[in-house]
Design a protein around this ligand. Structure first.
Ligand SMILES: [Zn+2]
Length: 92
């Protein structure tokens, strides 16, 4: 199992409903109001703007495995998670 901190981190823009993955280079949503990037060698992420942070847990990896084994399953993102130091809104 890979470290949770290395699973993809995304942000969902409340304004334009775009979803973008965060990388070392800053990425911006379609309307430009939300942006973010990975920090600390990819261990952490920060974002700005009216965005909802999205992180994948172990169920996601299990869903990927099931899909790859031919189960035809996708993944439904619907559970909130506790904010922590690895994914923070940047102010100022
Ligand atoms: Zn946007």
């Amino acid at each position: 199992m890979r470290d949770m901190n290395y699973t993809p981190k995304l942000i969902y823009c409340n304004e334009c409903t775009d979803i973008v993955r965060l990388w070392e280079e800053t990425t911006t949503c379609k309307c430009g109001k939300c942006s973010g990037e990975l920090t600390n060698d990819g261990n952490r992420a920060v974002y700005r703007g009216p965005a909802v942070p999205i992180r994948f847990g172990h169920n996601f990896e299990r869903a990927v495995e099931a899909h790859n084994e031919g189960c035809g399953w996708g993944f439904d993102v619907d559970m909130p998670y506790q904010f922590d130091e690895t994914f923070k809104k940047q102010t100022a």
